[in-house]
Design a protein around this ligand. Structure first.
Ligand SMILES: C[S@@+](CC[C@H](N)C(=O)[O-])C[C@H]1O[C@@H](n2cnc3c(N)ncnc32)[C@H](O)[C@@H]1O
Length: 314
């Protein structure tokens, strides 16, 4: 199979000057008057709701160190530190613009900041962390996209990632080269995090395997294709992530795996606004359009929590 390499690092380093056009669920829930909050049973910010959800699996009071990679505007970490102020937090991001925003959001906290491509971070630098968070950004990492017309003489970077396919296939008995695009960056991230024996890992992203079959919203049912799907965005392109491959790698490292959709973290309120917005196929107002997109995202995003079986670092 021939591939072309999709990357977003040049965009994030040199072109990104706002996250507004790429409305993450975290940012959509930030304004107190966000219509998205009205669609939920608990109308809090994303970070607060995620923290309370993760408390079921993660003993925050026993943890000391947390790393967030690609923290966007810093809201998630702001909320985590307000609920667990004893945590020693580090933020790592490739984007100078967003790192500056994180510094502003977290100005009153004692937080370490680093600018780097997470793929270049060494396992030894990762080992001190007890919880690592990557929220809504796995799709930003390199994807090998199938392309019948791709030329055989790929550049060195593409060849580097294509070579990784064999390494990962052999090590984790995955069947990767079967004619679909490969989230090779996300796979290598999970391999790195598990290889560093991080006790608690939380990841989330648009999934190509998620579906929505809620009987209350029959006009909005969807089924993921099971293959990484293209998401064209301003200035760059991302791909949905094949979560079953990430799970297979974590299990090979003997991690306990918890997997689900955002709607588990952010349960929906079946109130009149939600029912009305979801009754019709096409939205009839701006608010209905926002709610339809938001509820789609609650099902399209999957999360993973990986818990090390030993909880002891080697
Ligand atoms: C879609 S935003 C998500 C932001 C935030 N986590 C949220 O949920 O709102 C992607 C984030 O990942 C960062 N990012 C993308 N590629 C990265 C890389 N290779 N290394 C570190 N951070 C990266 C971006 O700069 C940005 O902060």
């Amino acid at each position: 199979m021939n591939y072309v390499l999709n990357t977003t690092d040049d965009y994030h380093v040199n072109a990104l000057e706002t996250l507004g056009w790429e409305l993450t669920v975290c940012n959509a829930l930030e304004p107190p008057n966000s219509p998205c909050r009205g669609a939920l049973r608990n109308p809090g910010t994303f970070g607060v709701q995620l923290f309370h959800f993760l408390k079921r699996f993660v003993p925050f009071s026993d943890l000391r160190t947390v790393l967030e990679v690609g923290g966007g505007l810093g809201y998630l970490m702001r909320d985590f530190l307000s609920l667990a102020p004893h945590l020693s937090a580090s933020m790592l991001d490739i984007s100078p613009y967003l790192l500056q925003k994180q510094k502003e959001t977290l100005a009153n906290r004692s937080v370490r900041f680093g600018r780097a491509d997470f793929l270049t971070m060494s396992i030894s630098d990762l080992k001190p962390f007890e919880l690592v968070i990557l929220n809504e950004n796995l799709g930003d990492f390199p994807t090998l996209v199938t392309d019948r017309d791709a030329r055989g003489d790929a550049d060195a970077e593409t060849r580097y990632w294509v070579d990784k396919i064999n390494d990962i296939e052999e090590e984790f008995s995955l069947d990767l080269d079967d004619g679909e695009s490969i989230n090779i960056g996300a796979l290598c991230i999970v391999e790195k995090l598990c290889g560093a024996r991080i006790p608690y890992i939380y990841l989330s992203e648009h999934s190509c395997e998620a579906s929505m079959q809620n009987p209350n919203f029959p006009r909005h049912h969807f089924q993921g294709s099971g293959k990484p799907e293209k998401i064209p965005l301003k200035g760059h392109t991302e791909y949905t992530v094949k979560f079953s491959h990430l799970v297979a790698i974590a299990r090979a490292f003997r991690y306990k795996v918890i997997r689900g959709q955002y709607v588990d973290i952010l349960p929906l309120a079946l109130n009149d606004r939600v029912r009305t917005a979801m009754r019709s196929g096409a939205p009839l107002s701006d608010e209905q359009e926002i709610l339809q997109q938001f509820i789609y995202d609650l099902y399209k995003y999957e999360y993973l929590v990986f818990i090390s079986d030993s909880l002891k670092k080697g």
